[in-house]
Each structure stands twice: as C-alpha cells, then as structure tokens.
Design a protein around this ligand. Structure first.
Ligand SMILES: [Zn+2]
Length: 465
C-alpha cells in the first residue's frame, strides 16, 4: 500500500468520523449505553416491579396513620434489605390519623312517593362525621364555589351538591382533574360559610359508574366543619335529573368518619451509594400511603414499586454509579405531604445535595415520555443523548417538567425534577376509588416504567446535571 493510499484512507476515515459527530443521533458514553441495554433486557425478562407492587398492596389500604400503612413501611424496608440496598433505614414522620368508620350512607327520598333510593357515596378524607342518626336536608345543586357564595341565604340548612364534571374536552387528564378538584378540596368550607349542613361532591372521574372517589378536603379555620362525601357519577346524574323535575329533593346522610389524633409513621429509604460522590443524590421515589377504598395500586404502590425496581435493576447489572441513587418511599402524600417535608428537613440531609428528585405518582401505566428539569436544560440534554435507546421503551418525547408533592421541598431547594410520563387517560377511572387494585396494573407497563427510571437515574448519577 502506497503512502498516498494510506493518506487517502486516513482522510476518508476522518471525514466519516466528522460526519458521524455532526449527525444528531446516538450519543453519550459507551458505558451508559451498554448499561441501558442491560437494564432493558434484565428488567423486561422478569417483570419484577409487579411483584413488589403486590407485596405493598397486600398490606391492604394504607391510609396515613393506619396499621396497614405501618405494615407497608415494614414490608418495603424488608424488600430493600432482601435486595441488598445500602444504608436501609426508616425516618420518622408525624402524621394525622383519620378513620372512615363503619357507616357511610346516603339515601334519597324520591318524590312524589318518598321511596328511599340509596346513593353510592364515600366520606371525603378528613371529613367530620354526621350525628349518629344521620342528617336529613333538602339538596341544592351548584357548579362552583363562586355560585355557592352568590346564593347566600338560599344555601342555609341545605346539603350543597357540587356537580361540575371533569371537563372531557381537556386532553390532559391531570389538568381536567385539577380544574374540578376545588369542589372536593374547598367545597365544604365554602358551603358551610353560607350555612349549609353538609356537602355532596360529584366524583372526579370521566367515567359514569357507581364507584365514589374519595380524596382530601381542607377545612378553612374560619368556617364550621360540616360533613362531606363524594357521590358516584352515575348517582350524581340521577340526583341532578331529579332536582330538575322536583321542587325539593331531600337526602339523608350518615357518616361516622372521625379524626383520631396524630401518630408517628415513617419514610423508607435505601440506596446504591455513589462510588465517587456519595453525598450527591439522584432520588427516585413514590408514596407509600394510599386511600382506603381500594389498595392504592396505581396511587401509589406503582411508584414505590418502580423506585424499588429501578435501584434493584442497577444492582442486578452490577452498576456502581458515581453518585448515589436513592429510593425514598414517602409517607403521607394524600393528607398533605408531611413525609416529603420531614425528609427534606431531616438532620440526616446535612451534607447531602439532591441533584435530581424523580417522583413517580401518575399511575403504573405505559410510559410515553420523560419530563426532566425546568429552564435549565443541562440534565434534559444529557438524558436526550440516549433518546434512541429510550424510544423503544416508550419514550417518544423528553420535555421540561416532573416533580410531585413529596419532592416539592427538594425541588425548592434546587433539585432537578424528573418523572416518567405515562398514558394517564385511564388514571382517573380508578384514582382514589375501590377500583384502584393490583389487577388494574399491567406488569409489563409497570416494568417499562421502572426500566426507564433506572436508565434516567443511571445517566444522571454518572454524568451529573
Ligand atoms: Zn398519589
């Protein structure tokens, strides 16, 4: 081979390399690329995240402060120990303990005969009970808190029935939920200020069925505390139709829910300690507590299972990231986020820096994308270098976003938010209702979520933000 031929070949090779570099496409480090492929093969071969979910939901409905929530703390601590996570421990969280009680019943006295028609209802979380014999009052239907305020005296002595549905025209279900949730959260106090004796709130779901959906309410300190219940969408439609026909429709409501003071619960923490910068943390987490009508499978045993599986998969493939990847299972998201605040404020955080806080609390559904960071594009750009490997797992977009109730204090402290985005269209079918059980979660969809979470954590633990 002549020197000229060698020179030509060298020039050609350099040109090819230059062309490859300028082309958008596979990027990042070879080690991370191999790890992502390994995570995918290891995760999908076994679908173990679902087994974690089943162990969590087997503890039962995990209402904040309940014995079942305490059992879930113990079960997940055990799972972390079994998997060989490092620095496994629990951190105390003081939480409220509201109980639903044995009775929740609403009966409509249907005119003209007064035939008793039962309505499918459930107490809203935090509600006071009714007198033991129940309370009976005429119902007035409204669409908003503003409407209640404008009605004034007309509300006095009545049961206010909030019946504004989630807006189906809103494509993003969380946005539709957010736009209707004020009725559930603030409806009781708004009605009580005008003299109402109780409230019924249309369940927050797109479906028409007889499953009521619970959720937290918030009493204003300045208003009397009146009982509040969610009514199923099907029965809300029935009640509304009757109110259009009749002058007066009365409902008897009986709830024996009550507040039982405060108890000490816990967040559960375990990690894969970083090899070079152990005090820099990439956090993956979900919340252990749930509502009590189902077993909180999507909300949020799925998020806890995904976090456990993400760290477990990194261990399986023998990864030892430069920075720490930590799973945190928070207590008490549903009653106000005390676990997230306790974690951020703990003395154990001294000397730690949380680079990333990835919370999974959107249900265990099939992944569709990733949300990473805000205006600062650093972390998002690093993740996007591996987009070609994430795409087959379902990641069709990587956009700004992420965050959640539990990690909000960390994000306020400078952590980059992140989240696996899922197809949330079916989420509110089951959310906070008796339908949120393990059988409504698909093992493979959940595993894909966990694999993506593991990949995200590995990329950012290796490369920083
Ligand atoms: Zn949740």
């Amino acid at each position: 081979m002549s020197r000229r031929t060698v020179r030509t070949i060298c020039a050609l090779a350099l040109a090819l390399i230059a062309a490859a570099c300028s082309r958008p496409g596979p990027g990042g480090s070879g080690e991370v690329r191999a790890a992502i492929e390994n995570l995918r093969e290891t995760g999908l071969a076994r679908e173990r995240a679902y087994a974690f979910l089943e162990r969590i939901t087997s503890a039962g409905p995990r209402l904040t402060g309940s014995a079942q929530a305490a059992a879930a703390v113990e079960v997940t601590r055990q799972i972390m120990e079994e998997l060989g996570f490092e620095r496994v421990h629990t951190e105390p969280v003081e939480v409220g303990h509201w109980v639903r009680g044995d009775v929740e019943r609403a009966v409509l006295a249907a005119p003209p005969s007064g035939t008793a028609v039962p309505l499918a209802v459930c107490a809203l979380g935090g509600s006071v009970g009714t007198p033991a014999a129940g309370l009976t009052a005429p119902v007035i239907e409204v669409r908003s808190l503003d409407e209640v305020a404008s009605l004034g005296e007309a509300v006095k002595g009545r049961i206010v029935f909030y019946n504004r549905p989630m807006d189906r025209r809103t494509p993003e279900p969380f946005a539709a939920y957010g736009a209707a949730a004020d009725q559930r959260v603030g409806g009781a106090s708004a009605a009580a200020r005008q003299g109402a004796v109780a409230v019924l709130v249309r369940s927050l779901t797109f479906r028409t069925d007889r499953y009521p959906h619970t959720g937290m309410l918030r009493y204003d300190p300045g208003a009397p505390r009146i009982p509040a219940a969610a009514v199923s969408t099907s029965d809300a439609d029935l009640l509304s139709a009757l109110l259009k026909k009749e002058q007066e429709v009365s409902v008897t409501l009986r709830l024996d829910c009550r507040d039982e003071g405060r108890v000490v619960s816990a967040n559960v923490v375990g990690e894969l300690t970083g090899s070079e910068r152990p005090d820099e943390i990439v956090l993956v987490g979900g919340h252990l507590d749930s509502w009590d009508l189902g077993t909180g499978a999507h909300d949020d045993a799925a998020g806890c299972a995904a976090a456990l599986e993400a760290v477990a998969l990194l261990k399986d493939i023998g990864a030892r990231p430069r920075r720490t990847v930590r799973a945190v299972l928070f207590m008490d998201e549903e009653f106000g986020g005390t676990g997230g605040r306790a974690y951020a404020a703990s003395a154990l955080r001294a000397g730690e820096r949380h680079l990333v806080a990835a919370e999974s609390d959107r249900g265990g559904f099939v992944p569709v994308g990733l949300a990473v960071g805000g205006r600062e594009a650093g972390a998002r750009t690093r993740v996007a270098a591996y987009a070609d490997l994430l795409r087959p797992l379902g990641v069709s977009f990587i956009v700004p976003g992420g965050g959640g109730v539990d990690v909000a204090p960390l994000i306020q402290g400078g952590a980059v938010p992140a989240a696996v985005m899922v197809n949330a269209q079916p989420y509110f079918d089951v959310h906070h209702s008796a339908l949120d059980v393990a059988s409504s979660v698909h093992p493979r969809e959940l595993e894909l979520q966990a694999v993506i979470l593991a990949a995200l954590a590995h990329i950012l633990a290796q490369e920083g933000i």
